[in-house]
Design a protein around this ligand. Structure first.
Ligand code: ATP
Ligand code: MG
Length: 403
């Protein structure tokens, strides 16, 4: 079917009182960004609904993109029809011929906001129902949960027909909740943590620590690809690569084995916090999950978190690995995450990290480092790139070619 318009129903944002306008504007901006490649699409947002006028763009490419945009409860593609009864009648019959299968039930739901139109909604329901009986005399009408519900809307500018309602991603429009820095490794957990924060409206910038030549170009690309998987939920993600080699070498040189991991994590957190401040972020997000590995005990958290007062959001902290994997599969990050390119933590990981690091010792060992110089040099070498939804789509295609 050649859809001409998509009608979008807002999710939770409709309950947000006076913030509503800001929410709707953010959602419109996000929709615009994910539909960047379809410049003819026009967005009209009002208090209750958003309408995308497709202007000839291909709806089959647009619908899957909308499915990922947070803040959308559901959406219905529709066709614009000339505003007269014979045209509506023909269109309804055409739709039914397209989708009817024996035994299906139906109903017509008409709405008329243009009261100058020649028929009211009851008449429309009756007459258009009649048009359906004409081609399928045995079809049954069902008011509650029919298989086919053809919606007819008579508006001032035209008549619209739709029969499909697709489920949106729910959540809140990304950006309405402020900005957070996501510590993104190449693992399973941090992309899921990023996704879950985005779902609640947080705009995420990815910070990734790379230690070439110990970590490979592929490991870096993998982290970028993971960020790319998050991009379709907002339109794009900023990716900040932090050179971490010197710091890791230095830590390895001066810190006892058992505390390597703790001190390394503190440095990552310190640097992320500085970037957060520079880039107007409010919080830090990571993929820590309690008890998963040695560095993720409560004692570890205390020893690491010590370096900042900035709130750290840990969306997967209480999830079992299986639960995290389930989400990773849903957002298509799992396959990427299990590719065997080691990130900096794996390579520098000591055989036996302390599971209960002591705070005073941690501080003492960290003090052996020239913190200021090391951090300054790392920050001087950061590389920032924007990863867009469109690019990540291409990646997906390239990747599947390889399989
Ligand atoms: P993940 O699956 O996200 O890698 P993990 O279970 O492997 O997590 P750790 O290796 O202990 O856990 O890392 C804990 C968190 O620290 C990660 O979830 C991530 O947020 C952050 N982190 C670890 N390594 C990096 C890195 N190289 N760059 C950025 N953040 C990192
Ligand atoms: Mg990891």
């Amino acid at each position: 079917m050649n859809y001409t318009e998509i009608m979008i129903r807002y999710g939770e944002l409709s309950t947000k009182g006076k913030n509503r306008k800001a929410f709707i504007m953010q959602l419109a901006a996000n929709v615009k960004r994910v539909l960047d490649e379809f410049p003819a699409v026009k967005i009209h947002a009002d208090r209750d609904r958003m309408h995308l006028l497709l202007n000839g763009e291909d709806s089959s490419q647009i619908l899957p993109r909308l499915e990922k945009v947070f803040g959308i409860q559901s959406f219905s593609p529709s066709v614009r029809i000339e505003k007269n009864f014979p045209a509506l009648r023909t269109a309804v019959q055409e739709i039914m011929r397209d989708i009817y299968q024996a035994g299906m039930t139906f109903k017509i739901t008409s709405k008329r906001s243009d009261h100058d139109f020649e028929m009211d909604s009851n008449e429309l329901n009756r007459e258009l129902g009649g048009a359906v009986f004409e081609i399928y005399p045995d079809i049954q009408v069902q008011m509650k949960k029919p298989d086919i519900n053809i919606r007819v809307e008579i508006r001032r500018e035209g008549a619209y027909l739709s029969y499909e309602t697709l489920l949106g991603a729910g959540g809140l429009p990304v950006g309405t909740g402020g900005r957070g820095m996501l510590m993104l490794s190449g693992g399973i957990d941090s992309p899921v943590a990023g996704y879950l924060s985005m779902k609640r409206g947080v705009e995420v910038e990815a910070v990734h620590f790379a230690s070439p030549p110990y970590t490979s170009e592929q490991a870096l690309q993998k982290a970028k690809d993971l960020a790319g998987k998050l991009a379709p939920y907002s339109g794009s993600v900023q990716f900040i690569e932090v050179p971490f080699t010197e710091i890791q070498e230095e830590i390895k040189r001066v810190v006892p084995q058992g505390y390597l991991m703790t001190v390394t994590r503190r440095l990552m957190l310190r640097l992320t916090d500085i970037l957060r401040e520079q880039r107007n972020g409010l919080v830090i997000i990571n993929g820590e999950s309690l008890g998963q590995v040695a560095s993720q005990t409560l004692q570890s958290m205390v020893a690491i978190n010590d370096v900042t007062n900035t709130p750290i959001i840990r969306p997967v902290v209480s999830m079992d690995k299986n639960e995290i994997i389930e989400i990773a599969e849903k957002i298509d990050t799992f396959e990427l995450a299990i590719q065997p390119f080691e990130d900096c933590c794996t390579i520098f990981a000591p055989p036996q990290p302390k599971t209960r690091p002591k705070l005073d010792k941690t501080r003492q060992y960290e003090a052996r480092l020239d913190l200021e110089g090391l951090m300054e040099r790392a920050l001087a070498g950061i590389k920032v790139s924007e990863i867009t939804a469109a690019e990540s789509d291409e990646k997906v295609e390239d990747f599947s070619d390889l399989l």
